[in-house]
Design a protein around this ligand. Structure first.
Ligand code: ADP
Ligand code: ZN
Ligand code: ZN
Length: 747
């Protein structure tokens, strides 16, 4: 009896590893016929009604009593087998539940309750017939305008159509009654589609020989339809974007789709225009700032193949294209590719995984690639290196001058501006040119620096800058080494050793005092909190309505401002002394990036970098745009300290409103981990527990454990064991735990 009866295998949408397995549900009549793998359904679960993902059909192992699926949530399946496999891989790699990974992958889809179907309009007759009709109705200019608009862009809503003909919606209705327009239903919004061919072939720039080589290699690989990864290392302004676009064209030519990721800050209207200009309506733009409906519309265009080119930020890596042949990650070193809460995935890792699934090509592009990617593109490594060593049209890279703030200090200038920077700004103001003042403040931590000799206090065990805490103590956030803040510099004996931190407001005040009459605008997360104000400030500046732009990280990239001939870096040390093993790398990348901002137009630019550490290799190599030099200096340090790319890191972050609870919880976790790794202690290092650099956020105290070791899998095994043990020791163990595999920062 009931021999043919099979059950739906369902992953229930709860964010818990404990319930991360398949549950069996009955298929009542009426539902049975419509459910497929990929369907989202509503199921009873522990007294609640929850969403569930159908991942297969089969029979439960035991004869437990099964319950009925209650209803189907979406008309169509929401995920493909490929995305399910990706979700399972994510659950395994990042230690989360499959349901959480699926909901992350599908977020543009799930964010929309029911897709809004709207009435859209298009001409009801072929174009020559329409023309005949128009000729016969010369006294109805409004109606003619509406018809013309409908011919030009079929698929507008009633309101859009009326607006584009500058008339009222009633006119649209009249034309429907006359049988000249017809109504159909579709998803809103439909962006007007451009030509399917794009403009390939017409007035494209002629590639220079290096671009030529890069394009040939990439399109060759795309043509083979096998997985391959490239690192495209090209100085700023070397024409990487052109290479990306040729690669996209190659993917389209072979009948595949392309996904292009850019950092949040680079997804400017200019960037979008550039791709739309080349690929027209084939481009969907996906980023989290889009409104739900808009985002869903674009997601759907990608899914259904109307938009074979997806341009977007981090989460666009999950674009539902049916068979992507190319993934591009521009500025691949950017930390913003790492999701920094809950499910902490890295878009680069996802792109590589998906490309393997599809036999696709990955292009990682950057002027300053991450050390991990450089390491992997050494001869014999998994990535192939392609280089664009020159700027387009041999425009020179701007000269970088390093200003020694210790010297300023000795000569009695304790202000924010060195005399050189002051003079340089004044010169620009006299000549009517523009200047950018850049303050690289990241993470809000304070470090202690000697203003006499530049000495910064570091952890003797981890080589991480110690962070100053309000209790006057200095702490290492990896291993919790603690020491008192010295009164005198341990190196030179100076008493000018103190914690450090300057804000943009202070720089603005000082600039207004020094450069009277200059028009100054400031751009940081405070001044640009409102949507669109970032754009406004940039446009103001671009149009020459301001002389000086002061800002943080935000202005380091994504801006192409021809009027700027000076970039002043107020204090390079803020990044250099972040409590992070990547501090030197980030400083090098940031300064190189900033230096790439100037000299893009016709007049040559100049960069001034103020620092208390003028001899630091990050600063010296950035000043001479010397990526290889930086690499050669940094790699041996990483190797000797056992940091990535020679090892893997993982962080366990514990949070709770009571500090005592969180400290004890982290301690308990450490003990469990020690047990878990016993016998493998030489392969896994457990550091901490230590308070996180930001010790308290939103009333939650934060402590962390850092795991380090050459085998990613061993770290994972230890963490899993630890999480399971912690689960069992509730209620003794109270804090929330967040796992971060390959953290990109540990603030
Ligand atoms: P990158 O992305 O490497 O920083 P861009 O893509 O911004 O460099 O290129 C710099 C400029 O050079 C852009 O204005 C681009 O249109 C132009 N460009 C790119 N390739 C060529 C080429 N082969 N010939 C002429 N101009 C080019
Ligand atoms: Zn000193
Ligand atoms: Zn330490």
């Amino acid at each position: 009896m009931e021999k043919n009866r099979s059950f739906a295998e369902i992953i229930v949408d709860i964010n818990s590893r404990r319930t991360d397995r398949v549950f069996h549900y009955d298929l009542p009549a009426g539902i049975k016929e419509r459910v497929v793998v990929g369907s989202r359904v509503l199921v009873p679960f522990g007294g609640r009604k929850l969403a569930g993902y159908v991942v297969g059909f089969g029979f439960p192992e035991s004869t437990i009593k099964t319950k009925d699926i209650l209803e189907i949530i979406d008309e169509e399946p929401v995920f493909t087998p490929e995305l399910l496999e990706l979700a399972r891989w994510m659950a395994d790699s990042y230690i989360c539940s499959t349901a959480e990974a699926l909901s992350r992958i599908l977020s543009p889809r799930l964010g929309v309750k029911a897709p809004r179907r709207v009435m859209l309009f298009r001409p009801a007759l072929p174009e020559d017939k329409i023309r005949e009709v128009i000729d016969k109705m010369p006294h109805a200019p409004k109606q003619i305008a509406v018809i013309k608009a409908a011919v030009k862009s079929p698929g507008l809503t009633r309101k859009e159509l009326a607006a584009s003909a500058q008339t009222v919606m009633k006119t649209v209705d009249v034309l429907v009654e006359k049988g000249l327009l017809e109504v159909f239903t579709g998803d809103s919004p439909l962006l007007p589609g451009g030509s399917v061919e794009g403009e390939a072939g017409t007035d494209l720039p002629r590639l220079n020989p290096e671009q030529e080589v890069a394009c040939k290699e990439i399109s060759g690989a795309i043509g083979k339809g096998k997985f391959k990864a490239f690192l495209l290392q090209g100085v700023t302004g070397s024409g990487k974007t052109e290479v990306y676009m040729r690669a996209v064209a190659a993917a389209l030519e072979s009948g595949r789709q392309a996904v292009i990721l850019v950092p949040e800050i680079s997804l400017t209207p200019q960037m979008i225009d550039l791709f739309r200009g080349r690929f027209g309506g084939n481009v969907a733009v996906l980023h989290s700032a889009l409104a739900g409906g808009e985002r869903y519309g674009e997601w759907r265009r990608a899914k259904e193949g109307q938009a074979p080119v997806v341009l977007g930020t981090r989460s666009a890596v999950f674009a539902p294209s049916s068979s992507p042949g190319l993934f591009v990650i521009d500025e691949e070193h950017e930390p913003s590719y790492k999701q920094d809460d809950r499910l902490r995935y890295h878009a680069r890792e996802i792109a590589l995984k998906r490309a393997q699934q599809f036999g696709a090509v990955v292009v990682l592009g950057s002027a300053t690639p991450s050390l991990e990617s450089q390491f992997r593109s050494l001869p014999g490594g998994p990535y192939q290196l392609l280089k664009l060593p020159h700027r387009i049209e041999k425009r020179p890279l701007p000269p970088v001058r390093i200003v020694d703030l210790r010297q300023e200090m000795r000569e009695g200038n304790r202000g924010i501006f060195s005399r050189s920077l002051k003079d340089a700004v004044c010169k620009r103001m006299e000549r009517g040119e523009q200047a950018i003042l850049f303050l690289n403040r990241r993470g809000y931590t304070t470090f202690v620096v000697c203003r006499e000799c530049g000495q910064v206090l570091k952890c003797p065990h981890c080589d991480i800058s110690l962070t100053y805490h309000l209790d006057g103590l200095l702490r290492c956030h990896y291993c919790n080494y603690t020491t008192t803040s010295p009164k005198l510099c341990p190196r030179c004996g100076s008493s000018y050793i103190r914690h450090f931190g300057v804000g943009t407001q202070k720089v603005e005040e000082e600039a207004r005092r020094l450069f009277t009459g200059a028009r100054i605008v400031r751009m940081d997360s405070d001044s640009t909190a409102r949507k669109g104000s970032h754009e406004k400030i940039v446009n103001l500046f671009r149009q020459g309505q301001a002389d000086i732009l002061i800002g943080t990280q935000m202005i380091a990239k994504g801006l192409d401002l021809p009027g700027v001939t000076l970039v002043g870096v107020i204090n390079a040390d803020a990044t250099l002394h972040m409590p992070d093993f990547r501090a030197a790398e980030r400083t090098f990348q940031l300064l190189t990036q900033v230096a790439g901002r100037t000299g893009r137009g016709d007049s040559a630019g100049e960069v001034l970098v103020q620092t208390y550490c003028p001899d630091h290799y990050s600063i010296i190599t950035a000043a001479s745009h010397d990526c290889e030099g930086f690499y050669n200096h940094e790699m041996p340090i990483r190797r000797s300290l056992g940091y990535p790319p020679f090892s893997f890191l993982a962080r366990l972050l514990f949070t709770h409103p009571e500090e005592d609870v969180v400290r004890k919880g982290a301690g308990l976790a450490r003990n469990i981990l020690e047990k878990a790794i016993s016998g493998r202690g030489d392969l896994v290092d457990v550091l901490g527990p230590a308070p996180a650099p930001l010790q308290r956020i939103k009333d939650q105290y934060r402590w962390q454990l850092v795991l380090k070791g050459p085998r990613r899998n061993l770290l994972k095994v230890a963490i899993l064991e630890c999480l399971d043990a912690l689960e069992k020791s509730r209620p003794v163990f109270k804090p929330a735990v967040n796992v971060d595999i390959n953290p990109q920062g540990m603030i």
